[in-house]
Design a binder for this molecule. Structure first.
Ligand SMILES: Cc1cc2nc3c(=O)[nH]c(=O)nc-3n(C[C@H](O)[C@H](O)[C@H](O)COP(=O)(O)O)c2cc1C
Length: 304
């Protein structure tokens, strides 16, 4: 009998606990299908806003050796146009699709959530964590009151699961995670990128047009792991780990820290979509070798 690593998370039945992270290969229906066909247990789209957004001027992304530094500014065609891409992904058959949303107000988040729910997506992920986008002058995701308002408003408007994606750019991520849980969030995604910068020594100017950006990739894995470890002990809803995962060992570390699933972003650029197959195989081998029957048995094991 094949080894079963399916997971049931916040009402979603995942064939395995790997997901595509928001913003990487999530712009079209076909690219989402490509990642699904490579074996991902779920795919998360690029963050979508109500109105189309052009994003920031170039350069928007630089490879800093141990990961990427990006400040894209959430370029996207707006929810009405994007929803057609989601429909393309869905129309080709079985797939678990989570749409990442970025809004300017709680109601805007809710309206978009309703639109994508009607299109048939499985869940939404609220991007309350972009390190270079502001809401009402505040870095979104750093204020429990704003988190509470957004999550509650979205929950009132839809029936599919709501995941809340958090920023590590805050002194106490546990407080924000608890605010999301208290407001009704069905799960937490941790983390988005870490606020950072790079300077060109020849011109003497910041490398990114936006000056600051978000660091992703291997450099942030220990930060992400610490956040998951702290959050998992502070909330009773599932935590999805994200940040610097590049192989099965990284994935196992996140499960041991308390994640019920993991997302992969930057590593796809280094290894392509075959990384999903590699990681799934590695997880199965590890569980077999250690005598576990399923992933649930190791989730949060490092807390004891
Ligand atoms: C180029 C790029 C674009 C991204 N766009 C989004 C986005 O639209 N929404 C979002 O929530 N996160 C976005 N992220 C963050 C990732 O989803 C993820 O949280 C972060 O990169 C850490 O995971 P990783 O190290 O596996 O990439 C983006 C990351 C990168 C590198």
């Amino acid at each position: 009998m094949p080894f079963d690593i399916s997971m049931h998370i916040a009402g979603l039945n995942l064939r395995n606990p790997t997901m595509l992270a928001a913003g990487i290969l999530g712009m079209t229906g076909l690219s989402l299908r490509k990642v699904w066909n490579a074996g991902a247990g779920a795919v998360v789209t690029k963050s979508i806003s109500f109105q189309p957004r052009l994003g920031y001027k170039n350069p928007t992304i630089v490879d800093v050796g141990y990961g990427f530094l990006n400040a894209m500014g959430i370029p996207n065609p707006g929810v009405y146009e994007y929803v057609e891409e989601a429909k393309i992904a869905i129309s080709e058959g079985e797939l678990v699709i989570i749409v990442s949303l970025y809004g300017n107000t709680p109601l805007e988040f809710a309206k978009m959530a309703r639109i994508v729910e009607t299109a048939g997506v499985n869940a939404v992920e609220l991007n309350l964590s972009c390190p270079h986008v502001k809401l009402g002058g505040m870095e979104i995701g750093t204020n429990p009151t704003i988190i509470d308002k957004i999550v509650k408003t979205v929950k009132k408007h839809i029936n599919i699961p709501v995941f809340t994606k958090l920023t590590p750019n805050i002194s106490d991520i546990k407080t924000i995670a608890r605010a999301a849980e208290d407001a009704g969030s069905d799960g937490i995604v941790a983390i988005n990128t870490v606020k950072a910068m790079a300077i060109d020594v020849e011109s003497g100017r910041p490398l990114l047009a936006n000056k600051y950006g978000g660091l992703s990739g291997p450099a942030i894995k220990p930060i992400a792991l610490r956040c998951v470890y702290e959050i998992a002990q502070s909330v009773n809803i599932p935590v999805i780990g994200c940040g610097g995962i590049t192989d099965w060992k990284d994935a196992i570390e996140f499960f041991l820290a308390g994640a019920s699933a993991i997302q992969i972003g930057t590593a796809i650029a280094y290894k392509d979509v075959n990384i999903f197959g590699e990681i799934i195989k590695g997880i199965k081998c590890y569980l077999k070798r250690k005598g576990y029957n399923n992933i649930k048995e190791i989730v949060g094991l490092s807390h004891t």
